[in-house]
Design a protein around this ligand. Sequence first.
Ligand code: CUA
Length: 331
Amino acid sequence: MAMTCFMMLAFASCSLPQSTLRPGGPAAGTLAEMGWVAYILFGVTALVMWILLAWTAVRKRGTLAEHEPWDEGGGQLWVLIGGFAIPFVVLGGVFVYQLERMSDFPVHAQGHITPEIEVIGHQWWWEVRYLQGNPSEQFTTANEIHIPVGRPIDILLETRDVIHSFWVPAMHGKVDLIPGQANYIRIQADHAGTFPGQCGEYCGMQHSHMRLLVMAQAPDEYEAWRKHQLQPAAEPQDDEAMRGRELFNDSACALCHTVRGTLAHGLVAPDLTHLASRKMIAANSYENNQANLEAWVTHAQSLKPGAEMPNLTSYDGRDLRFLVKYLMQLK
Ligand code: CUA
């Protein structure tokens, strides 16, 4: 029974999207290769050990001469071979191999790198700033990082509160976001696709709901996305959405959130200028749709206890519908 469970778990983990064994870029590819080498090597070592153990169990008992005590020279050769020579060769080989592979992960020091993207960790979401070009070409979004396929992207990692860790298994290993320190990571996607990740360092109550998506797109698609993100927020298309915008700007929403092109300039919560273009809400915890937006506005503390987003229960009925209608037009 236990074995069946173990095997089911093993197979299930192979099909999970967040697997270090399914690399989507060169850094993750090297890590996966190193993992396989270690796994196969130690698997073979364990197999040889079990075969030897089985052999000693089934073979006939040896002669007295073969069982000489250690201090009279019995078995000393085996101790030297099995205890020193083989581990020295195997572990030495692994050490040299891994040292050699480390050149695939250059250390990016401040001043030697011009990051294209800055990711700032917050309890419990990711602020994503696109730094390329002059200030009029820069913009901020949240939780979903778009990158063009086939080109290395340098990311500056910072935090505004506690230590977090940036971890997108298909792209790279973990790199921590540490208060007062700038860290860097270089990711590259080999093919288009959506690669999920999450915070890899315990950072409080909602650590496990601090998720993100890396969305790799063909270069022209990425440029189109980028151009669109640079635009100010869409104007409301009807009276209901217009009323929704009024409600947004006259309430607590605008104190924390920014919607570029409107009066909302809050800086402590995710930028909502193009909220409707995002797939998920609440740091990739819930799908971005009308029902979840309504629930999030009024009952964020039930969906994500401890988050900075309060329960705005004063919105109900028509007002809530208008507000969410406005949010859903922020394409
Ligand atoms: Cu952020 Cu764990």
